[in-house]
Design a protein around this ligand. Structure first.
Ligand code: 5RP
Length: 221
């Protein structure tokens, strides 16, 4: 099966987690999540609505007539469904390829269960081959980049991209992230960093993995 077909497969499979009437569903961002949103639309009468991690997902949810709640008005979120750029065997992830990492990390923090949906190409032994996104306050870009070099990474400014929060993205190349929790913390400690795309302190609870042969495997943390 090609990658797109696998994204559709896992996006549709994740509907199984929307199993309580009147649920509010946490919705991520990206091409895999788009398939989840398409599937969610088919049961929209059963759910209360969604909270969304990006303007793009919000627009798609609304186009289907799914109510999008402000996260501040939601005190309980059972599930958050999102993709990843890479996910390791302990279900630590790198995210932010679509520049939505900050809102994604906030919703992930609120949700009881993070369900990651991914095709097999994202499942890796060691994170870091995919450049790690870091959202920065614009005036701190050069300073943050210099600190990243000291940590062993090669920072590249993602020019012409403004996040939904009005910030900039630095993609960190040439990493081999052997201790994800520690590295996430180190990046967080750099002044001017809003969020980094390592989801290790709060990784996924379950991975819905689309295998190249068309099988879906569910891996639990
Ligand atoms: C967006 C993300 C996405 O989940 C990640 O980039 C994967 O995207 P896709 O499903 O399009 O491959 O973190 O910020």
């Amino acid at each position: 099966m090609d990658q797109n077909a696998l994204k559709k497969l896992v996006g549709e499979y994740a509907l199984k987690y929307v199993n309580d009437d009147d649920m509010i569903v946490g919705v991520g961002t990206g091409t895999t999540v788009k398939y989840f949103i398409d599937a969610l639309a088919t049961i929209k009468h059963k759910i209360q609505g969604a909270v969304s991690s990006s303007e793009a997902s919000t627009a798609l949810l609304k186009s289907y007539g799914i109510h999008v709640y402000d996260l501040n008005s939601v005190d309980k979120l059972d599930i958050y469904v999102d993709g990843a750029d890479e996910i390791d065997h302990n279900l630590n992830m790198t995210k932010g390829g679509g520049a939505a990492l900050t809102r994604e990390k906030i919703i992930a923090a609120v949700a009881k269960k993070f369900i990651c949906i991914a095709d097999e190409s994202k499942y890796v032994g060691v994170l870091g081959a995919f450049p790690l996104p870091v959202e920065v306050i614009p005036m701190a870009r050069s300073y943050v980049a210099r600190q990243i070099v000291k940590l062993g990474g090669t920072p590249v400014w993602r020019e012409n991209v403004l996040t939904d929060n009005g910030n900039w993205i630095i993609d960190v190349h040439n990493l081999q992230i052997l201790n994800p929790v520690e590295f996430e913390q180190k990046l967080n400690n750099i002044v001017g960093v809003v969020t980094n795309g390592l989801f290790a302190a709060r990784g996924a609870n379950e991975l819905v993995l689309g295998r190249a042969n068309g099988q879906v495997e569910v891996i639990k943390r």
